[in-house]
Each structure stands twice: as C-alpha cells, then as structure tokens.
Design a protein around this ligand. Structure first.
Ligand code: FAD
Length: 286
C-alpha cells in the first residue's frame, strides 16, 4: 500500500490550504474529503473579510479554492474517514471506501456543533455506526435507521437498501429527498438511541422505531472518536501555536482547532500545520 507523507482529512479552507502548501513543499499528499470542498463555504451568502476577495459569495469562494488547488495539482479523494490508528512511525486511516497509510496526519474536518444523541456513544460499535457503506453487509435482512445531515447521505441510504430488509431515513435538512423506493423517508426528529447490550430502538419526537442499527451520518465526526487518545477540549482538538497536537505526527487546523470560526484563520492554520508536518517528517527521517 502506498504510504503518503501527509494525509489531510477535510477539504474546507484549512485542508485545501494545507494540501497546497504540501505541494509547494514537494510532499506526497493524500487529501480526503469532499470534491466540492465544504458546505460551510458553499452556503455562505456573502463574505466580507477574506483578504483579496472582497464581497465574494460562498459559491464563488468555493470555485476559487477548488481551482487554485487543481492548478497546483492537488487531487481530492472523495472519501470519509472513520478512524485513524497510530501504528508506530506511521498511521493507518480507515475510511468508507478503504484503508490508507501516511507518515503524518493533518485534521481539518471542521467542527461538529451537534451533541451526540443520548445512547450514541454508549452503543457505538454495538448497533451505532458512522458509515453505512462500511457496515451495510452486517445488516443483511435487518432493519436500519439512517440519520442524514445533508442530501449527500441519501447515497448511503440507497446503498444500505441493497442489504437491509428495511431502511428508515431521517433527513435533518430542508431540501427534498430523492432516495430510491426501498428507503422509507421519515420527517421526524431523532431524540435518543435505546438498547440493552445492543441497539433495539430509535426514539424520535413522535414515535419509537424498532431497529437493529442506527447510522448517524454527520458532516464531521468528533475528533476524539476519529483518533483515540487525542487531547480535546469540548468539540476542539488542543493544539499549540504550531498546530501540533498531543500525538506526535498529528496536526490540526481550522474550526476543529478552536475559535474563531473564520475562513482566513482556517487557511492560515492549514499552512502552519503543513509546515509543522514537514518539520516532523524531517525529524522522522533522522
Ligand atoms: C453560513 C456560514 C457563513 C459563514 N460566513 C463566514 C464569513 O463570512 N467569514 C468567515 O471568515 N467565516 C465564515 N463562516 C465560518 C467558516 O465557514 C468556517 O470557519 C470555515 O469553513 C472553517 O473551515 P475548515 O477548513 O476548518 O472546515 P470546514 O469548512 O467545516 O470543512 C471541513 C471539511 O471536512 C470534511 N470532513 C469532515 N469530517 C470528515 C471526515 N471524517 N472525513 C473526510 N472529510 C471530512 C467536511 O465534509 C468538510 O468538507 C461561515 C460559516 C457558515 C456556516
């Protein structure tokens, strides 16, 4: 398996700037995230404070970011990271579509604003999962609930319907859904995940649903769930001024590294995170 110098997780301004800097420093970089960058960029109405690009619409800033990255030869691997494992002098990265390896990691996943559902942490791995395509085969002929934070997650629900006997899909967004006929779309608000040794019920604001598994599909997984042992403070990863975390070889930038939540700050920190990763790689070689 190819071992990358730097794996960057997240394709918002933090991750894209980190990847561009890695290219400038001639590093072998893997950028994992969304080919369309970040919803937090795309959806912004008007941005007044991005240097050199006054009064720009989010969708135009998104285009500018992506075309800059492309012009530098940055490729985005459209995949979602589920977990990262330190393995001595490198890291194993488990993602929805496969495994990857890298000598260093930059976390640029943005911040998860929502709290976990009651029962979510307790039943993680016991019926609660964050990746439908990874675990679908385990739910053959079973009933699953999928909580989708954006229309992108409908693809996961469709995939699950090829295995499960029943798929209940709970969209948390306003856009119309377009899942296949086998997916039952339910417009209720999930409140709690219940079980004994494993999950048996998803409770919403209106009903209890008997299920074998609950898939919680958010834009980002909380950092502590992504990498065990990572020092966190609330939804953030604790970093120093060099964007270094408590785990050697792991760096963080952007919203995940704390407030203020700003594009230019995310991009600036992405630059620092890569320069710190480059220094780390030099030390590693010695
Ligand atoms: C509506 C709105 C308007 C805003 N307006 C402004 C403004 O005017 N000025 C300003 O400075 N800031 C503004 N912000 C804040 C700004 O959007 C954020 O500070 C910025 O986007 C943070 O960038 P980031 O790179 O840290 O993360 P994000 O932009 O959140 O990007 C993170 C990316 O990582 C991906 N990701 C997450 N987890 C994983 C995973 N496990 N595997 C793979 N990929 C993953 C996500 O899908 C996402 O694409 C606004 C935010 C919103 C929501």
């Amino acid at each position: 398996m190819e071992r990358y110098d730097i794996a960057i997780i997240g394709t918002g301004p933090g991750g894209l700037e980190a990847a561009i800097t890695a290219k400038v420093r001639n590093k072998n970089v893997l950028l994992l995230g969304s080919k369309t960058s970040s919803l937090k960029v795309e959806k912004a109405h008007e941005i007044l404070n991005y240097l050199g690009l006054p009064n720009i619409k989010g969708s135009d800033l998104q285009k500018a970011f992506l075309s800059h990255a492309e012009s530098m030869g940055v490729e985005i691997t459209d995949d979602r990271v589920i977990a990262i494992y330190p393995l001595g002098d490198y890291f194993g990265i488990q993602a929805r579509d496969g495994m990857y390896e890298a000598s260093s990691i930059i976390l640029a996943t943005g911040v998860v604003m929502s709290k976990p559902y009651p029962g979510e942490n307790e039943f993680l791995g016991k019926g609660v999962s964050y990746c439908a395509t990874c675990d679908a085969a385990l739910y053959k002929d079973k009933v699953t609930a999928i909580i989708g934070s954006s229309p992108k997650e409908e693809e996961e629900a469709n995939f699950m319907s090829e295995y499960a006997s029943k798929v209940l899909y709970f969209p948390l967004y306003k856009e119309e859904t377009s899942t296949n006929d086998k997916v039952e779309v339910i417009h209720e608000t999930p409140k709690e995940i219940l079980g004994d040794t494993i999950v048996h019920t998803l409770r919403t604001d209106q009903n209890d649903y008997t299920v074998d598994g609950v898939f919680v599909l958010r834009e980002a997984v909380s950092p502590g769930q992504l990498l065990s042992g990572l020092e966190t403070s609330g939804p953030h990863v604790v970093v120093d001024i060099n964007m270094t975390t408590n785990i050697p070889g792991v760096f963080a930038c952007g919203d995940i590294a704390g407030t203020p939540y700003q594009y230019i700050k995310a991009a600036g920190q992405g630059n620092i995170a890569t320069l710190s990763a480059v220094n780390y790689l030099t030390t590693l070689k010695k």
